[in-house]
Design a protein around this ligand. Structure first.
Ligand code: ADA
Length: 579
């Protein structure tokens, strides 16, 4: 399934995991689905097509197809958690959805579906070109396929469905509030699918995991007009709450229930279950505060990439990554450079691993940012990232535009616009972006946390401590004074198995030395609120562009474990510093 808990108990839903037919397309169809496609392959969904022995490097378009049987007339909601990178969805030959970007979910509801067999086709495109501002040849791989789970939901005809629920824990005053007293601001959206007025009410319930209900409240009855969409907000107060922290990642279930009047009875028609945690995150006098206490983030940049599965992770491999990170003593992960599979975020909630989640962009120059689709495609990924992942207590920072043109006035306009957009969607989390512009950075005043990607010892010979002190000065002079500072990337290449007493660049020894000198420097500095090693695991890079010439083995080799998660020498070093 798509989550690690049952996020609907009432709504009928099923995973569309399995073997789908697949055919390569010769050209993109412009007016509907290509008729003449040969379905030569069978591919796993979820999965990347690069896992098929004949599609190892395929870049282009293809169509996935399967049939779906519907028992009774109903509205059918299809939820795609991630299609890489562009999808067009066809139901019985009619296009019902289109979506750009591999790393955020989208859905579509097909109304009044008749009983019987139906054909579902998804046209998928992972090509680079004018249609794509964010997926382009890069220092990570853009896989092809339906890389994350696909779900079908059956919505009753004359009813309403809960569209989303946003739960914001609040503790106004940590010094005077009783420990277990919390508030939460809850926003929800309802969509009527009925062709006449319907009446009902919402009920909320809060329960510690696997335990009986701690608190519930029923809202007054409401009437929804035919097809009406309604959003509303409430604030609630709770007592006897255990807060969420890294040491005690205490989770609660927040259930939203829709009870509807149906011919003189009240029926439970729809539900939406979220797992929430009570914690606060904010910045104060140069520190990052989790539950009012200063915290230093220690962790890794992680690409969702594995030689066995590409970007399409089963949970066993996600758990393996988290166990390895936790074993080093890490308490944080940065989802470089895109929103992650929600099951990974569910795991972080459960393990108490803090997450810096960022939108999808890496190393875009000002020319790249002038792409005609750039504004719109970024706006969409920001909105989808924040609204879809809003309830994860583990996410404590939203970030944007890794190493883009934040050193230029023209670039600044985009940073400002995007940070304002995210703030308007969520004012409960601090914002940042990772910069490599050193003294030329001009956007630190716009963010809540200043973050530097510097590679002392690798790309340059500077001393990490001296460079870090200099970076603090650059930040202070560029509008970052009084803001927490994070070393968002540092590291070095280390080719797995390449060991030599001469410790030259590329050996595991040299990688370990460089990472050690960085960690030592950052641990000694009280103004550092976080350090993220580049990177957790080696990852594949694109064959297009400059990357194969820059990256031996067409891989970014800076992982402290290799692609297969075999620890390099640096792993032990990190463990000494993080523990
Ligand atoms: C950058 C970038 C990473 C990666 C890294 C490297 O800072 O943000 O995606 O490319 O450098 O390995 O050089």
């Amino acid at each position: 399934m798509d989550r690690l808990f049952q996020n609907h108990r009432i709504r009928a839903r099923q995973s569309l995991e399995g073997l789908w037919e697949f055919g390569k397309m010769r050209a993109l169809s412009t007016d509907g689905l290509a008729e003449s496609i040969d379905y030569d392959y069978k591919l796993a969904v979820p999965g990347c097509w690069e896992m098929h022995p004949q599609l190892l490097t395929y870049r282009g378009q293809g169509i996935y197809r399967r049939s779906i049987y519907i028992d009774n007339t109903a509205h059918v909601r299809l939820l795609f958690k991630g299609v890489s990178h562009t999808a067009k969805v066809y139901w019985d030959g009619q296009q019902v959805a289109e979506h750009y970007n591999a790393y955020t979910a989208f859905d579509t509801t097909i109304m009044n579906v008749e009983p019987g067999a139906h054909e579902l086709c998804v046209e998928v495109d992972n090509s680079f070109g004018q249609h794509s501002a964010l997926h382009l040849p890069n220092d990570y791989y853009t896989y092809g396929g339906m890389i994350r789970p696909v779900i079908i939901e059956i919505l009753p005809l004359q009813s309403c469905s809960i569209q989303w629920v946003q739960f914001t824990p609040i503790k106004e005053d940590w010094t005077t509030d009783e420990e277990g007293n919390w508030q939460a601001n809850v926003r929800i959206a309802l969509q009527s699918h009925a062709d006449h007025d319907i009446k009902g009410h919402i009920q909320f319930e809060l329960s510690p995991l696997q335990q009986s209900t701690l608190w519930k409240q029923q809202l007054p009855e409401i009437t929804l007009k035919a097809g009406q969409y309604l959003e509303f907000t409430h604030t609630f107060t709770f007592s006897n709450i255990q807060s969420w922290s890294c040491e005690h990642p205490y989770l609660y279930e927040w259930q939203t229930l829709w009870y509807q009047h149906q011919s003189n009875t009240l029926e439970l028609v729809d539900d939406w279950v979220e797992r929430v945690g009570f914690r606060t995150i904010n910045t104060y006098e140069g520190k990052l505060l989790l539950n009012h206490q200063p915290i230093v983030l220690k962790g890794f940049n992680r690409h969702e990439d594995h030689p066995m599965v590409g970007a399409s992770f089963p949970i066993a491999l996600m758990v393996q990554d988290l166990e390895l990170m936790i074993h080093t003593g890490a308490n944080a992960v940065r989802t470089s450079h895109y929103p992650n599979d929600e099951r990974f975020l569910d795991l972080c909630d459960e393990y108490g691993i803090l997450v810096w989640e960022e939108n999808h962009a890496r190393g875009l120059s000002i020319e790249d940012m002038r792409h005609p689709q750039f504004i719109e495609q970024c706006e969409q990924v920001n909105r989808e990232m924040v609204t879809q992942h809003y309830n994860h207590p583990s996410i404590i920072i939203w970030a944007i535009l890794n190493e883009c043109a934040s050193d230029q006035e023209e670039g600044r306009v985009h940073y400002q616009r995007q940070l304002e957009q995210i703030r308007s969607l969520d004012h409960s989390r601090p914002l940042s972006f990772a910069s490599h512009h050193r003294e030329n950075e001009i956007c630190f005043d716009l963010a809540d946390i200043v973050s530097f990607n510097l590679y002392p010892g690798w790309y340059g010979d500077e001393d990490p401590g001296e460079l870090c002190d200099l970076a603090r000065q650059w930040a202070d002079q560029a509008g970052g004074k009084g803001k927490p500072m994070i070393m968002s990337e540092f590291g070095a290449d280390g080719f797995y198995g390449y060991r030599s007493p001469n410790r030259v660049k590329g050996t595991e020894e040299r990688q370990a030395d460089i990472i050690e000198s960085n960690l030592r420097a950052y641990n000694e500095r009280a103004f550092i609120s976080g350090m993220f090693i580049w990177q957790f695991c080696d990852c594949r890079v694109t064959e297009e562009g400059i990357w194969p010439m820059m990256r031996a083995r067409t891989q970014n080799n800076k992982g402290i474990v290799d692609g297969y998660r075999r620890p390099k020498l640096a792993y032990e070093v990190v463990t000494r510093y993080f523990k």
